[in-house]
Write a protein that binds this ligand. Structure first.
Ligand SMILES: [Zn+2]
Length: 251
């Protein structure tokens, strides 16, 4: 795999393209050209980016704001914490825009006698699939601010940031989205009926966009323990953060 990697050059500017084993779609850091690694062919889908609004100093404002908000946190968290790492990473996502229709027949048992009920659930989603395999990134907790997306422009990527390539191709991302949406709709069904007799989910694809989103990976220390925090670089919103338990805070 390493031998293959050394031979890949950007077909647009000729610069060497960095990628690691398992990565499928790579973006040239010199010109922003996006290529499918296996074939070297230009990536023909929309490639967007969400812009980061913070530098290494500015990001401390949303970090402190997160530490000071919410009553689950130790009261001295913002004051006593030390930020030990602030890394900006552009994570690759597939945004799968779909219309979904589930029709079903089931038994509603919450009244006596139970009745057979037919129904329909219609939804539209911009379903987010992280294009990395090994990651515990909380995709479902991330309310991605899609309204801010612009065409990918390498000149807007900060020199100190890392851009991760995709390990998931378009077809696999679509398949993943389908499976996750079907599971989600089965969950929605269970709010309407107690036993499902039959159900059918139709998913029509409207659009798929490949997108890089700026995520700040923060590490902080509080009372000698290390905690992680993820912040959306486009909005400053905390996506997920470890909170020292209040019991711990009393030690
Ligand atoms: Zn290039």
């Amino acid at each position: 795999m390493a031998a293959v990697a050394q031979n890949i050059k950007c077909s647009h500017c000729g610069a060497p393209v960095d990628f690691k084993a398992g990565e499928i779609i790579a973006t040239c850091k010199y010109c922003g050209f996006t290529t499918v690694i296996q074939t070297g062919v230009a990536f023909t889908f929309d490639h967007s980016v969400l812009l980061n609004k913070f530098d290494q100093t500015q990001i401390e404002t949303p970090i402190k704001a997160w530490m000071q908000s919410g009553f689950l946190k130790p009261v001295d968290l913002a004051k006593k914490s030390k930020i030990t790492e602030k890394s900006l990473v552009y994570l690759p996502f597939w945004v799968v825009s779909v219309e979904v229709k589930t029709t079903y027949k089931g038994i509603f048992e919450r009244i006596t006698p139970a009745i057979v009920k037919d129904g329909k659930i219609e939804r539209e989603y911009n379903w987010l699939v992280l294009a990395r395999k090994a990651s515990d990134f909380p995709t479902r907790e991330y309310n991605i601010p899609l309204e801010g997306k612009v065409p990918y422009d390498f000149r807007k990527i900060e020199g100190f940031a890392r851009v991760l390539n995709s390990e998931v191709d378009r077809d696999s991302a679509l398949e993943l989205a389908r499976t996750q949406i079907e599971t989600h709709h089965r969950f929605l069904l269970q709010e309407d009926v107690d036993k499902i007799i039959e159900s059918r989910t139709e998913i029509s694809l409207k659009q798929m966009v490949y997108l890089h989103a700026p995520i700040w990976f923060i590490t902080y220390k509080y009372k000698e323990q290390t905690f992680q925090l993820l912040i959306d670089g486009a909005t400053g919103t905390a996506i997920r953060g470890d909170i020292p338990s209040s019991k711990f805070g009393l030690l």
